[in-house]
Design a protein around this ligand. Structure first.
Ligand code: FMN
Length: 386
């Protein structure tokens, strides 16, 4: 059946991987992997249900590359040891049984971690600059008052940077061993990779700081390490954003030229797909230059990289993630803007976050034109993996 949503449901080839449609499950931290960071049967069932519902590519919740300073929150999974690989194998098998593809989102929280979650370790960052805002962890309810400041991080030495790059490479090897179809790097939301890109958090004067090109060096070196580990065929996805979760107005690139510089460096290093994260999928990337009608981050990255892009944010819901996590009402809306974005050539894939928590069968409903039967999202949905 062909309808206005059909552009979302055509296959796409990414490197050596063919996806059955353009719908991506957005990475969402759920914190159900316990102290050991091992996904269990409940996590496998949660992802399998989204694959059964028709999602083309699942990007997992953030997966930490070490079980020490990378861990931003309690209960988050890792790909740092053999037990975690075994847990992920069950998840991957469940998704493959329903003809879905799956990528882990490799993650280091940097200065947005807290010694409460790192086992007492001081968080690390490009520079010793405390993040603005308050630390909050759904797995640690006493933090949810919003009164716990972030800690002053330790500025990484060059040797420590090398060690973290190596941890990403090793996590990529484990990802391949677990059977994943692609790898995403969390270069957004104000976490470690993003902290290197942003001039507010990166005041270094060595190879990893200074102008926009050197601020992209940490990310580029990680991509190179991953490519060396997994070869040329596995799609390597980089998630990018202007904003951070602790500062919605954070400006990572002042203008399109800066963004172009970062994107070209990352393509040269081996990124093959970009994930452009915005509050809404077509939020203008540079509102201070072009006002409310400027081009989206996805559209710029697609042009600068020559690679396909994933756009994300607010699809089928009236409230953005930050509005709804703040307790605001979130009504179901027509996802036609997502199909239109693909039709316009501004993105190739569309990621769906909260709507896939509330609706494992999102794809089936929207493909049939029945978006009005989607369920809204409320914060209480985060309390379980049902
Ligand atoms: C509970 C929750 C956890 C999230 N965790 C992550 C994460 O681990 N990594 C990430 O890149 N984004 C994370 N996000 C952001 C989502 O990937 C997505 O960009 C955001 O929810 C907007 O999409 P939506 O409007 O369709 O929900 C999270 C969002 C939610 C709601």
């Amino acid at each position: 059946m062909s309808n206005a949503y059909s552009p979302l449901f055509t296959p796409i080839q990414l490197n050596g991987t063919c996806l059955r449609n353009r719908i991506v499950m957005a990475p969402m931290t759920r914190s159900f992997c316990g102290q050991e960071g091992v996904p269990g049967a409940d996590v496998a069932a949660y992802y399998a249900a989204r694959a059964e519902g028709g999602v083309g590519l699942i990007v997992t919740e953030g997966v930490v590359v070490n079980m020490a300073d990378a861990r931003g929150y309690g209960g988050v999974p890792g790909l740092a040891n053999a037990a975690q690989v075994e847990g992920w194998k069950e998840v991957v098998t469940g998704v493959h049984q329903h003809d879905g593809a799956i990528a882990p989102q490799l993650w280091h929280a940097g200065r947005l971690a807290h010694s409460r979650a790192t086992g007492g370790l001081q968080p690390v960052a490009p520079s010793a600059i405390r993040a603005s805002g308050a630390y909050m962890d759904v797995a640690d309810p006493s933090t949810l008052t919003g009164e716990i400041p972030y800690e002053v991080p330790k500025a990484l030495t060059e040797a420590e940077i090398e060690a973290i790059i190596q941890q990403f490479g090793e996590a990529a090897v484990r990802s391949k061993e677990a059977g994943f179809d692609a790898i995403e790097l969390h270069g957004a939301s104000g976490y470690l990779i993003h902290q290197f890109m942003n001039p507010e958090s990166n005041r270094r004067s060595d190879d990893y700081g200074g102008d926009v090109e050197r601020r992209a060096e940490f990310a580029a070196r990680i991509v190179q390490a991953i490519r060396a580990a997994v070869g040329p065929d596995l799609p390597v996805i980089m998630r990018l954003a202007q904003f951070a979760i602790n500062d919605f107005e954070w400006q990572t690139w002042a203008n399109p030229d800066e963004l172009e510089c970062t994107v070209k460096r990352l393509v040269a290093a081996g990124v093959s797909l970009f994930h452009a994260s915005s509050h809404r999928l077509n939020t203008p990337a540079f509102p201070w230059l072009h006002g409310a009608n400027g081009r989206s981050l996805s559209s710029y990255i697609k042009e600068f990289s020559g690679c396909p892009t994933i756009a994300v944010g607010g699809v089928s819901y009236s409230a953005t993630v930050f509005e709804s996590l703040g307790g605001g009402t979130c009504a179901v809306t027509d996802p036609i803007d997502a199909a239109a974005m693909i039709e316009a050539g501004d993105a190739d894939l569309i990621a769906i976050g909260r709507a896939l928590i509330s609706n494992p069968d999102w794809c089936r409903k929207v493909e049939a034109g029945e978006w009005r039967s989607l369920l809204p999202f409320g914060r209480e949905a985060l309390m379980s993996l049902d």
